[in-house]
Ligand binder design. Structure first.
Ligand SMILES: Nc1ncnc2c1ncn2[C@@H]1O[C@H](COP(=O)(O)OP(=O)(O)O)[C@@H](O)[C@H]1O
Ligand SMILES: [Mg+2]
Length: 389
């Protein structure tokens, strides 16, 4: 009898039959579950593999969450999954993640109690980043420096506001704000699969960022082959967070600081896969989830198909609010996906994936190319008409 592993949150991944096949010669069988609300976003081919429900009764299976709804479900049904308390806690507290890294002697993102920050910022010219300790998707994230420290009280309050839907998904009632030291450097995000002491890297993306209204926003993701340094750190972080027998995905955001070499600092973690890059992964052509599972289930690892390196996604982001009146901003020669329609309202300047106007996908990324086109990714009043007051 094979042990059943249920990937819960199937709308977050794709190519499910392919992924399922990765375990066929192992002692495990993969199944997929999604909620009715999210199942709407699954392709008809993938939907054939999915059991649509809000709850999982089958007591003999091991549940692996793929999104925050299912992370919450797993936290409440902890015996049904193989995820350590540390990994759950680090998923839901950036402060806990930093403490845990420090306890393991690993570089960590330093933080400060908020009442001290205003003074430190104005006195020492230090830069901080305010974040809600337990939310996600860029909500409430603001950079605070000597230039804008008069905003600190407003930012702290904004970061602590939790939307009703988020309260339900995360099963929280409040959201403490916390100030982390801002780390200058290059940011990456990565997904890994942790399987009984072994780790397989699903994907690594370099992020190209800008700052809009004091919030960091990703303008481009580039799929990169993980370096040895990145692999080593991913392993160290996973070993610090997971117990040996665990079975879970892990998503990390981390920074390679400009001030030191050969050091990576994790700033954000969750025991699920990363979001916001599904178009990029599909464009890549292979199935990186299947590839990463094949490594662990002992199958021959199929080389990543397509152009693994330098495949990129450009995000077109509003930098003004109003109504979208012209969407003629896309870049010719790249595959484009429009995410907002003419007449749609842009009423927030927030860095979340939900606020993107469109994305473009392409191959052969280079820094020189990015420099040339990056200003075209910020969409202003030429395309978005201000409301009359
Ligand atoms: N300490 C930091 N230094 C520099 N940039 C940061 C820092 N913490 C967060 N950021 C930026 O803010 C973004 C959102 O923060 P993150 O901790 O990932 O929160 P979320 O859970 O909302 O994704 C990051 O992707 C990164 O660009
Ligand atoms: Mg993050």
């Amino acid at each position: 009898m094979k042990t059943i592993i249920i990937f819960a949150g199937a709308a977050s991944i794709y190519g499910l039959a392919d992924i399922k096949a990765a375990s066929k010669n192992s002692d495990f069988a993969l199944q997929f579950v999604e909620t009715p609300e999210m199942a709407k976003y699954i392709s008809s081919d993938d939907l054939k593999e999915v059991s649509v429900k809000n709850d999982i009764k089958d007591e003999d299976s091991i549940v692996v969450p793929l999104n925050e709804y299912w992370v919450t479900w797993c936290k409440k049904n902890v015996k049904r999954c193989r995820i350590s308390t540390k990994a759950f806690k680090a998923s839901r507290s950036k402060k806990y993640l930093a403490d845990c890294m420090m306890q393991h002697g690993l570089p960590s993102n330093r933080y400060e109690i908020t009442s001290n920050v205003k003074k430190i910022v104005s006195d020492k010219q230090k830069v901080y980043i305010i974040k809600p300790d337990n939310q996600y998707s860029g909500h409430g994230v603001k950079i605070i420096s000597a230039l804008n420290y008069h905003n600190i009280d407003k930012y702290l309050i904004d970061a602590s506001i939790v939307d009703e839907k988020v309260k339900k998904v995360l099963d929280i009632t409040a959201s403490p704000s916390i100030c982390f030291e801002f780390i200058d450097g290059v940011e990456y995000s990565a997904d890994v699969f942790f399987f009984q002491g072994k780790i397989s890297v699903v994907r690594v993306c370099k992020k190209y960022r800008t700052i809009i209204d004091n919030a960091p926003c990703v303008l481009a993701y580039v799929l990169e082959e993980p370096t040895e340094l990145i692999r080593r750190y991913l392993e160290l972080w996973c070993n610090a967070l997971f117990d040996y027998d665990n079975i879970s995905f892990g998503q990390f955001d981390f920074i390679s600081p400009t001030s030191v070499s050969n050091v990576l600092v994790p700033i954000d973690f969750s025991c699920r896969v990363g979001g916001g890059i599904s178009e990029l992964l599909r464009y890549h052509g292979g199935n990186l989830y299947r590839d990463s599972l094949e490594v662990l289930f002992g199958e021959k690892c199929i080389a990543n198909k397509g152009n693994f390196q330098n495949v990129f996604q450009l995000n077109f982001i509003p930098n003004t609010m109003g109504t979208l009146i012209n969407d003629n901003f896309l870049i010719n020669d790249l595959q484009a996906i429009k995410l907002k329609k003419l007449g749609d309202r842009i009423d927030r300047l927030d860095p979340s994936a939900n606020n993107r106007l469109a994305i473009c996908l392409g191959d052969n990324f280079s820094e020189a190319y990015y420099k040339k086109i990056k200003d075209r990714l910020l969409i202003g009043s030429q395309y978005i008409k201000h409301d009359e007051v």
